[in-house]
Ligand binder design. Structure first.
Ligand code: HEM
Length: 525
């Protein structure tokens, strides 16, 4: 009896060991054919057992730009790298391939073996439009689209002009002191000021209170910490990150920023409720009142739209959904536009021949006016200025890369790439690909004018991405950029501070390592 029992135990033990061995060998074989599939793709040949090819990337600095450029010049369509020992990543550089991913509904990578850059923002932005996928994203996109309709954007033009005027006054004062100014620093405060007014109808005066404003400071800290974390693989796992000093600080700042957003949203909710009560009482006294005050009704903040949005079933957004979208609006709308505007101003100062043409264009539009405020109708009268902005957004690609995950098997230049593969669309490389652009490293705004622009492949220049997940705020951003560039170049001539070296730093948005410094000299009109 005992013999039988021990025979049974031994048989079970060997079966279990045999099964485990079988699974291990099968997994190794599977991984080898998976690895072969990716190793057959053009890409990095050096492989480190722990880092894969990650250790070869010098970082978001000038050396990193050179590394990316060399990779792209060697393989102008796409490259494969290994993010650690097990995760292959495809880097796309060519419009033909970028088109495949952007036109599809390939989601943002979530829940994979390595954390995507989007997931690292979850603690702050939650399941807002930028990070969410699938049905949740589609519902938010549907509800938010009306917030970017021209009727809503049009009244914002006053806010943008006013905020620009404060910046102009500050530059005037600095110029009288014969000093240069820090471009990113001043521009970001101005654009933050605009966003707080457009998003929350909140006048923060942050341009005068400066970076000491705790909300501004916290949002800046979150942006910097997010970038820093994305570069440190040991911080990627969220469970471990929460216990690290960096992670504890991140979540503490998120709590603070959430509390400020919630307070601003709740104030707005009260104002809306009060105005509805008001409207009802005045309507009963004067039924035509609504027709008398169209402008007042038009000026809606982004949060107002969120608070009143309803889907087909008449269901509105929850308080957390509203906060996530408002925070997303703030983050997406301020960091990106700060980069685009700062590099456009840099381009104006660095290549004065183009600055001169912008000044001539703006002078002609504003000729004979008592104010240099830009009107809604003016926005279509700045083709050269717009070309300069676009060329700056190409040459200093505002968002240097975006990430996707293949949702189904996809053919990339004859390689059958399986579902679930991590793909980085390298916008900076796409915008500098010598197979696509003539003199890619030169600043030539004329590329975006007339026939040159018409000949472009629609996926060759995609600073706002393209396809179903393109930037919902692109018109808002372009209006803001045109107003700011037109007003600054109308009032001042810009020149770089010769004592300051400008070093490019392509983080999640394109930055300058130690800011950009320039002089603003008042023009005589
Ligand atoms: C120059 C300024 C801007 C640039 C270059 C820019 C660029 C982009 C890019 C490349 C994406 C795609 C991101 C991805 O696929 O991961 C995106 C998405 C998005 N952007 Fe912008 N953006 C700018 C301004 C704005 C502004 C002003 C807002 C809002 C006020 C905004 C809101 C958003 C949102 C909510 C998304 C997510 C859209 C979705 O997935 O449906 N952006 N933007």
């Amino acid at each position: 009896m005992e013999d039988n029992l021990s025979l049974l135990k031994t048989t079970v033990l060997f079966s279990v060991i045999g099964y485990v061995l079988y699974r291990v060998v099968a997994a190794i074989q599977n991984f080898r054919s998976y690895a072969k599939l990716f190793n057959d793709c053009p890409g990095e040949t050096e492989f480190h057992w722990l880092y894969g090819s990650l250790h070869k990337f010098p970082g978001p600095n000038e050396a990193g730009i050179k590394y990316d450029t060399d990779m792209m010049v060697k393989r102008p369509r796409f490259s494969r790298v290994w993010a650690g020992p097990f995760v292959p990543v495809l880097l796309l550089y060519h419009p033909d391939l970028v088109r495949i991913l952007l036109k599809s509904s390939a989601p943002k990578p979530r829940g994979g073996f390595i954390a995507s850059v989007y997931e690292m923002g979850l603690g702050w932005l939650g399941e807002g439009l930028l990070i969410s996928n699938g049905a949740r994203w589609a519902r938010s996109r549907r509800l938010l689209t009306p917030a970017f309709h021209f009727d809503i954007l049009k009244p914002y033009i006053h806010i943008k002009n006013q905020a620009a005027n404060i910046l102009l006054d500050k530059l005037q004062q600095i110029s009288e002191e014969k000093k240069s100014f820090d471009v990113f620093q001043h521009v970001s405060l101005c654009l933050f000021d605009i966003l707080l007014q457009c998003a929350f109808a909140h006048n923060s005066n942050c341009q005068t209170s400066g970076e000491n404003d705790p909300f501004v400071q916290s949002v800046n800290d979150l942006v910097a910490m997010w970038s820093e974390r994305s570069l440190k693989p040991w911080m990627h796992n969220d469970f471990l990150y929460k216990w690290m000093p960096h992670g504890r600080r991140w979540y503490k700042i998120c709590d603070f920023v959430h509390s400020v957003s919630e307070e601003l949203i709740s104030k707005r909710r009260k104002v809306l409720e009060a105005s509805q009560v008001d409207e009802k009482s005045t309507e009963s006294k004067n039924p035509d009142k609504e027709l008398e005050e169209p402008e007042k009704k038009c000026m809606m903040s982004f949060v107002d739209i969120l608070l009143t949005a309803k889907d087909e079933d008449g269901k509105g957004m929850t308080p957390t959904e509203i906060r996530n979208e408002a925070d997303t609006f703030l983050f997406e709308g301020f960091d990106t536009t700060t980069s685009a505007l700062s590099w456009t101003l840099y381009s104006m100062a660095r290549w004065p021949q183009h600055q001169k043409k912008v000044q001539e264009e703006v002078d002609a539009v504003l000729k004979g006016r008592s104010s240099d405020d830009i009107l809604w109708e003016d926005l279509s009268c700045f083709p050269y200025t717009t070309a300069c902005i676009k060329e700056a957004m190409r040459n200093f690609s505002t968002v240097p890369f975006i990430e996707r995950e293949t949702k189904e098997d996809v053919m990339i230049d004859g390689h059958n790439i399986p579902t679930g593969t991590f793909v980085a669309i390298q916008l900076w490389c796409l915008h500098h690909n010598p197979q696509v652009w003539d003199r890619p490293h030169d600043y030539i705004p004329e590329r975006f004018l007339g026939d040159n622009a018409l000949k472009m492949d629609p996926f060759q220049f995609v600073p706002f991405s393209a396809g179903p997940r393109n930037c919902i705020g692109q018109n808002f951003a372009m209006h803001e950029l045109k107003i700011m560039v037109a007003k600054i170049c109308h009032r001042f001539s810009l020149s770089l501070d010769p004592n300051h070296e400008v070093l490019r730093a392509p983080f999640a948005t394109f930055k300058a390592e130690k800011d950009i410094k320039m002089f603003a000299t008042p023009r005589l009109h």
